[in-house]
Design a protein around this ligand. Structure first.
Ligand SMILES: [Zn+2]
Length: 132
């Protein structure tokens, strides 16, 4: 998929300060209203943290922070498990597959801190190991 520069604007420089990603490239901790709803959550009054652009810029969707979202209804075990899976995406390093207790700086580092200090060669070796 080709990424247009105008759609990849994580700092929001070209979009009035609202961080902007192409569809499917956004931070895993950010969800659209529909995705939050599927997890039993609602934005809860927060402002959109970012937006995604899809269909060549003809459609945008606002993204909300999942850690500021509120439950639509009381938590159930099934919903808690779904939320846990969503949080796992923010807490699991995509390189070494380690899950941490805290959210990782995926937006800036793209991995956990130890992995971010690896050389490109070491990352390739790690990727080969974890994808096997
Ligand atoms: Zn890692």
């Amino acid at each position: 998929m080709a990424v247009r520069a105008s759609d990849l604007d994580p700092s929001g420089e070209h979009h009035g300060g609202l961080p902007t990603w192409p569809w499917r490239y956004a931070d895993p901790g950010l969800h659209t209203r529909r995705q939050l709803r599927a997890l039993g959550l609602r934005p809860g009054g927060q402002e959109p943290a970012a937006q995604v652009v899809c269909r060549k810029g003809r459609r945008i969707a606002y993204l909300y922070r999942i850690d500021q979202a509120l439950p639509v209804r009381p938590m159930t075990p099934g919903r808690a498990a779904a939320l846990d899976r969503a949080m796992a995406a923010r807490q699991t390093c995509p390189l070494c597959r380690t899950r941490y207790d805290a959210c990782l700086p995926l937006k800036t580092l793209g991995s956990c801190v130890p992995c971010s200090e690896l050389s490109d060669d070491e990352r390739d070796q790690l990727a080969a190991l974890t994808s096997a």
